[in-house]
Ligand binder design. Structure first.
Ligand code: SAH
Length: 351
């Protein structure tokens, strides 16, 4: 297997050159490209308008490392979680969250995560490897099909909020978005895509330099370095000041939406004092929204969600300060499909 080229790394011109080089017609490339990017075909065998010999030749010359669905679970609230298997046997998860107006897919960017945020289930797994761009793309294509099959509508939005830190798999994440938004593929608007980061200042700036067209969410979760250091180790090297500067740069370069995410942890970051600190940071960032997130319990992690009263006091204060705030109630909890619960636990259920 080693040494075979991933066919999805070839653009149409390169694919045409390949077909010419084996003495075939150039238009075969258009057919193959259509199978790969419009039909989302998972194997050369499925390319039924190519001759058997040609399919065999393609399989000899190239790999097609599609992910496959291993297990799908549906929550009582309509949320779907799918567990996928990569060509080399790793498991990862993606979720569809249907609401009245939207069908949002939440996709993973890495297998495991290297960041170890103290409250997150994925953070307890080690990082196994980055996902390739086509594996990220496959999640979106499969979830889109599942969404069409179950509620008749395709995906309207995509969030990179599954397993992993997208900005530590920068190239593949950007390339996957390139494919999702390409007119010869899924043709989604980048405005409907949000990449969420724990805060890698250098790469946030890089997004600005690359003039990306999708939106960004920062997992802030604490508004002073002292508190943020405690729950997110990444803050030691990417402190709040560095993140504020990077986000301002990103906004100057792109004018894309920035959301701040703030998960309320009881007794840790949910006091009125914490809300005041959050407003100070909010004022320094060109953000349009603070998403206050209900914490989802994770087995083995001591944090619990903020109680109703504290949540109310916290958000009331933000509202009184004219902060545009939205409370994001958790979805899919009964199947561990909620934020920060993705850690392949379904593996144990299935075995
Ligand atoms: N690494 C990226 C994306 C993955 S996490 C990031 O950190 O943004 C997606 C969001 O879920 C983040 O805001 C994350 O902090 C939050 N999250 C993690 N664990 C959670 C939990 N148990 N309950 C609620 N939100 C959680």
């Amino acid at each position: 297997m080693a040494g075979k080229r991933n066919i999805r790394e070839l653009n149409l011109v390169e694919l045409k050159e390949y077909f010419e080089s084996i003495g075939d017609k150039k238009f075969r490339a258009i057919q193959a490209y259509d199978w790969l990017w419009k039909q989302h075909t998972r194997s050369f065998d499925e390319m039924s308008n190519l001759s058997l010999d040609l399919r065999k030749k393609l399989a000899e010359d190239f790999s097609l490392n599609a992910i496959t669905v291993d297990l799908t679970q549906q929550s009582s609230d309509g949320t779907f979680k799918s567990r996928f298997r990569t060509y080399d046997g790793h498991l990862l998860e993606g979720v569809i969250i249907p609401t009245e107006k939207r069908n949002t897919a939440c996709v993973s960017s890495q297998i495991g995560c290297s960041l170890s945020c103290k409250f997150c289930a994925t953070g307890m797994m080690e990082r196994k490897r980055n996902l390739d761009f086509d594996e990220i793309y496959d999640q979106v294509a499969i979830l889109n099909q599942q969404s069409l099959d179950t509620n008749g509508n395709g995906l309207t939005n995509i969030v990179y909020m599954g397993m992993g830190e997208p900005l530590l798999n920068y190239k593949n994440v950007l390339k996957s978005i390139d494919r999702i938004t390409a007119s010869d593929s899924m043709n989604m608007s980048p405005k409907r895509i949000t990449v969420s980061t724990a805060g890698v200042a250098k790469m946030i700036r890089q997004l600005g330099d690359d003039k990306v067209r999708f939106n960004l969410a920062l997992s802030l979760h604490a508004a002073t370095d002292e508190k943020r250091d405690r729950i997110m180790a990444i803050n030691e090297t990417n402190n709040i000041k560095a993140l504020i500067e990077a986000l301002n740069y990103f906004y100057e370069q792109t004018k894309n939406d920035i959301t701040l995410e703030y998960v309320l942890l009881k007794g840790e970051n949910d006091s009125l004092e914490d809300a005041k600190e959050l407003v100070k940071v909010y004022r320094k960032i060109p953000t349009h929204l603070v998403n206050v997130i209900e914490y989802n319990p994770v087995y083995g992690i001591p944090f619990i969600k903020s109680d109703e009263d504290s949540t109310q006091t916290f958000t009331d204060y933000l509202v009184s300060q004219k902060v545009n705030v939205r409370i994001r109630r958790s979805r899919g909890k009964d199947i561990d499909a909620a934020c920060g619960q993705l850690a392949n636990k379904s593996k144990e259920l299935a075995n």
